[in-house]
Design a protein around this ligand. Structure first.
Ligand code: UTP
Length: 415
């Protein structure tokens, strides 16, 4: 222990991060050990590099951006639809299909003091987001008469609470053996001066490493292996906060197979050229997503001969991956992006600081950065009101209120 303490101290000195030991003397033995371990596991070169990048403006001047073609779910020919449906249903019925729900986010905008999936938007009697998603899954299992394994990505912060929630709700009637949790990675948060922050407990302040952390986590936590053991071939991945996510989709699967693609994504039409959403595109001939912060006004307004926006296919975080593509993607880390956030921390004098405006950087990988590692992707345009009801904000747009309305409409119209 003493030896590790000295090692940690030397490291902190070398990287000018000695504030991390500010609470050390006041910590319990167990937390002292935890803190030292955290420090020894920090990749200080990586953190320094990520911090330096926060000062640079990212430019995409060397990148060729083009539209990515898509198929409209409601404009397919009868023959194509039948073909895709058959191909996709075969995969599902043969038990080669799994679902992953990403539930590791902090849900800061919603402000719910528990894992986001436990939030109730006011449908049914105490129906949580997790329960609403479990309903979709159970319905599909019944329809196709097959087990569909459900993998749930959590974070260090919310993992035990999430599992407890599932335990308390008897896994919503799903066989416990078919629900697996896995914890995503995390990275330290740094101040605007590049200092790694100390959290309220006196430990290193860490935050989940973004939804792009899914690939590394699936590999490290043995999820890919579990899928291989179960002979899973296609994996649908979506966030926990879209209660209309069509998680079991034979058409999308059949489309991907027909187009010979190892991944697919659903899109909805951008509401207007300036809606704050990322859109599917090709970057240097590879599938990708261009964020609303990156797209020029001219590109955002461009239309095709039918009057449709050229860059109008919004990425709604509903994607399908073939297991082969997941193996490929998880071999190498995705790049990290920085987000400027409000973060409580203990300063160098040991005082708790509760900022009123963003004061720190959080580093996150984005799932769509993985698309560029693939040759191509099949995109299926779906209807927003049928498949996209996100719960992001406490009020207003994309809030429990709007999601509830969409959910009730969809459920009423569906069956
Ligand atoms: P968001 O980017 O909307 O983040 O995540 P969030 O955590 O839900 O909310 P804010 O930004 O803090 O208000 C979209 C989806 O990706 C998951 C979230 O749980 C959500 O389902 N996610 C996000 C993760 O699983 N891990 C992450 O590190 C980030």
């Amino acid at each position: 222990m003493e030896e590790n303490y000295i090692k940690a101290k030397d490291l902190l000195k070398k990287y000018n991060q000695e504030q991390l030991l500010v609470c050390y003397d006041k910590l319990s033995k167990e937390n002292q050990e935890k803190l030292i371990n955290q420090i020894l596991n920090i990749d200080f070169e990586q953190i320094t590099d990520l911090y330096e990048k926060t000062k640079k403006q990212i430019t995409y001047t060397n990148c060729k951006v083009e539209p990515l073609s898509y198929v409209d779910k409601y404009k397919m020919s009868v023959e194509d639809r039948a073909k895709y449906k058959q191909l996709g249903e075969d995969i599902i019925k043969q038990g080669k299909y799994a679902v992953v729900t990403m539930a590791g986010g902090q849900g800061t905008r919603l402000g719910h003091n528990a894992p986001k999936g436990t939030f109730e938007i006011g449908i049914g009697i105490h129906k949580s987001l997790f329960e609403a998603l479990s309903d979709t899954l159970k319905k599909a299992m019944k329809k196709y008469d097959v087990k569909i394994p459900w993998y749930i990505m959590t974070s260090v912060e919310n993992n035990s609470q999430t599992i407890e929630f599932f335990e308390n709700h008897n896994y919503f009637g799903i066989d416990k053996k078919d629900v697996k949790f896995f914890i995503q990675g995390e990275l330290p948060m740094v101040s605007e001066e590049g200092k790694i922050l100390v959290d309220e407990k006196g430990l290193v302040k860490q935050a989940a490493d973004g939804h792009g952390g899914i690939f590394e986590a699936m590999y490290k936590e043995g999820i890919l292996q579990d899928m291989e053991n179960r002979k899973i071939e296609w994996i649908f991945v979506a966030g926990v906060d879209n209660i209309l996510a069509g998680m079991v989709d034979p058409l999308l699967t059949g489309l991907a197979i027909s187009q010979n693609c190892l991944a697919a994504g659903k899109s909805v039409v951008k509401r207007d050229p300036f809606e704050n959403v990322g859109v599917f595109c090709k970057k240097n001939n590879r599938p990708s997503v261009i964020e609303y912060t990156e797209i020029t006004e001219e590109m955002a307004k461009q239309r095709d001969q039918n009057g449709e926006l050229l860059y109008g296919e919004s990425h709604i975080l509903c994607n399908l991956f073939n297991i082969k593509s997941l193996e490929e993607i998880s071999k190498n880390k995705l790049p990290y992006h920085s987000a400027h956030k409000k973060a409580k921390y203990i300063n160098e004098e040991g005082k708790l600081i509760e900022p009123e405006k963003p004061n720190a950087y959080k580093f996150e990988a984005f799932i769509f950065d993985a698309f560029e590692r693939l040759n191509d992707m099949a995109i299926m345009r779906v209807k927003r009101e049928e498949e996209f009801a996100p719960v992001k904000n406490a009020q207003g747009e994309d809030s429990p209120e709007t999601a509830k309305e969409l959910y009730l409409k969809f459920i009423e119209n569906k069956d």
